[in-house]
Design a protein around this ligand. Structure first.
Ligand SMILES: [Fe+2]
Length: 281
């Protein structure tokens, strides 16, 4: 996979994404920002029980018994909500990939997947399969990213990505030499499409946890994977900047200019305005 620096031209990143389905962007977060996020999530990670999901046995098997989950990060770490959710480089990519197909894109899911020693490789999959009923052909539905909160090596379970697989027939299975591994210095991320085959790698270390964040955005007219209004409720969201509130999903999806209509209104108004004027939260 191609690697870019944090100040790379988003046009080049997007061109590479369309070519390969995944890119690595290094140095997106400063050491200060990383330290702040890690300090804010430390108690949540410490309290997370490896493997506990409980929604469905298939999901339990998919994530495995050695991964600690911390969901709804936008409601749990203000630094994450301001510095990662709103990161201009990721948003520049989403503007170019998602905005042609919606009036506004929105947070799909933001959660820590802290994969511990002994975690087995995840089944390769496409994140967009949560919208399995969406007909094809179709535009990209989702831009996803994995952010390293610590240095992530292949031995620790770096994300496996299959370049080019966003264009493959769905039945095609990759050969071993078609799989790449997104080892990431802390503060770096791999960006990939929802249509790109990928999966968490095996953690073969004795004692190193792979603390990384899945952050993804999807078209604003889709149901999101995590219920972000409950994960970051109005009483928490009202303290965040307006951009974060909009991205979390509080903003209406206004397709009037495209001769469409509104999605997400509350009592005829934009919920972001209600957060701003104190009516909500
Ligand atoms: Fe995934």
């Amino acid at each position: 996979m191609a690697r870019f620096g944090a100040d790379a031209d988003p046009e080049q990143i997007v061109a590479q994404l369309h070519a390969d389905g995944g890119v690595i962007v290094e140095g997106l977060l400063s050491a200060t920002t990383l330290a702040a996020i890690n300090a804010e999530v430390d108690p949540w990670v410490a309290a997370a029980e490896p493997g506990a999901r409980q929604i469905n046995p298939l999901l339990d098997a998919f994530f495995g018994p050695r991964t600690r989950h911390v969901a709804s990060l936008t409601g749990r770490s203000r630094t994450f909500a301001t510095e990662v959710l709103c990161h201009p480089q990721l948003l520049a990519v989403c503007d170019r990939v998602l905005l042609p197909s919606c009036a506004r894109y929105q947070l799909n899911i933001a959660s820590i997947l802290d994969r511990g020693p002994g975690a087995e490789a995840q089944m390769l999959h496409r994140d967009e399969d949560v919208w399995i009923h969406a007909p094809r052909p179709r535009p990209e539905l989702q831009v996803a990213s994995i952010w390293a909160l610590v240095d992530v090596t292949r031995e620790m379970g770096a994300t496996q990505v299959v370049p080019g697989s966003h264009r493959w027939d769905r039945a095609r299975v990759p050969e071993a030499d078609e799989i790449t591994y997104a080892d990431l210095p802390a503060g770096s991320a791999v960006f990939y499409f929802g249509s790109t085959l990928h999966g968490g790698g095996a953690n073969t270390t004795a004692d190193q946890w792979r603390r990384a964040v899945h952050l993804s955005f999807c078209l604003g007219w889709l149901r999101t994977e995590e219920n972000n209004y409950l994960g970051t409720p109005p009483e928490v969201a009202k303290h965040l900047p307006r951009l974060a509130q909009e991205l979390i999903g509080y903003a209406v999806h206004d397709a009037i200019a495209d001769l469409g209509g509104y999605l997400g209104i509350l009592d005829g108004r934009d919920p972001v305005d209600l957060l701003q004027d104190g009516t909500l939260g």
